[in-house]
Design a protein around this ligand. Structure first.
Ligand SMILES: Cc1ncc(C[n+]2csc(CCOP(=O)(O)OP(=O)(O)O)c2C)c(N)n1
Ligand code: SF4
Length: 281
């Protein structure tokens, strides 16, 4: 029997700049979603949560259930969706600005809780939709609209931050490596727990890093994926400034209790407590 064609296209006009790394990320995700559906996941069980920014337009361009939240708040929304219906596969798309500036507390707490969602951070290392202001991962010295003399701050290393925050799956991809990003998304989805996938993404209009990444990325190997020490060593090979090679791939992975499962087990007890309270009122 001929298989039914999976249509992920929408009629929404695409307004990304030609050459933007967001195209590669969307292509990787489409391939990953197609593989999931072909393997038996009902299409309606896949949810895309968008944030605000160039990256989050992905929700408009995909014929999938989606929800767009406030800037920096999409991770909390995604946690709510997953807690409400744990059968759903929830993928969050957001930029480095949303993830590491406005939304950094949501990111850290979701990682700490180990809610079983996948966060895909498009890292173009600035606020792109608003025409290029510096974010927490902008390299020191870069001139942007908000740092005309060059940023005077050292950038944050999000991979180190996520490992330290107890995220149970941490990976890095590059938007030009479409097949590899697809595989990272599938691995992140398979992982039971909070998965963080950083995808380095050139912004051709405000910070064109294509050549920079092409010269530096390589597939890093953590000899013991469950070791935070060796994961940190790999994470520190690149400090988000100019120096160092940039390792891609899964950097850290471990198994631990998932938040929504623990929470569901607690609910009957909490409901019982509510009844007791009402009886005493
Ligand atoms: C709370 C809040 N702060 C600021 C803005 C303004 N704003 C809209 S899009 C944007 C830039 C988004 O940057 P990023 O999250 O890195 O995504 P990108 O556009 O780079 O993909 C900003 C600052 C907003 N909408 N809400
Ligand atoms: S401004 Fe940058 S991130 Fe936004 S669509 Fe254009 S190239 Fe992509």
């Amino acid at each position: 029997m001929e298989s039914k064609k999976i249509n992920l296209e929408t009629t929404c006009p695409n307004t990304w700049c030609p050459g933007c790394g967001d195209f590669g990320i969307m292509m990787s995700f489409k391939q990953a979603v197609t593989a999931l559906i072909e393997a038996g996941t009902p299409k309606e069980n896949i949810v895309v949560v968008g944030d605000i920014g160039c990256n989050s337009k992905i929700a408009d361009y995909l014929n999938l259930n989606s929800f767009i939240g406030l800037h920096g708040r999409s991770i909390s929304l995604a946690e709510g969706i997953k807690i409400g219906n744990s059968n759903l596969k929830v993928f969050v798309f957001l930029g480095d600005g949303a993830c590491l500036d406005e939304g950094i507390s949501h990111l850290i707490h979701a990682a700490k809780r180990n809610t079983n969602i996948t966060v895909i951070m498009h890292n173009n290392r600035l606020f792109a939709l608003t025409t290029g202001q510096f974010t927490a991962v902008t390299p020191k010295g870069l001139k942007t609209r908000s740092t005309p003399e060059g940023s005077i701050e050292e950038p944050l290393n999000p991979i180190e931050l996520l490992i330290a925050s107890n995220a149970s799956f941490v990976a890095r991809g590059y938007s030009s490596r479409i097949e590899d990003v697809k595989n990272l998304i599938l691995e992140a989805d398979k992982h039971k727990g909070f998965s963080f996938v950083e995808v380095l993404q050139p912004c051709v209009s405000f910070y064109n890093t294509i050549e920079f990444y092409n010269e530096r990325v390589y597939y890093g190997q953590n000899p013991n994926l469950e070791s935070k020490e060796s994961a940190m060593k790999l994470a520190r090979e690149w400090n988000y400034n100019g120096e160092g090679r940039i390792p891609l791939g899964i950097i850290y992975k471990t198994e631990r209790e998932v938040f929504e499962t623990e929470e569901a087990a607690l609910l009957p007890k909490v409901r019982n407590f509510e009844k007791c309270l009402q009886a005493h009122l």
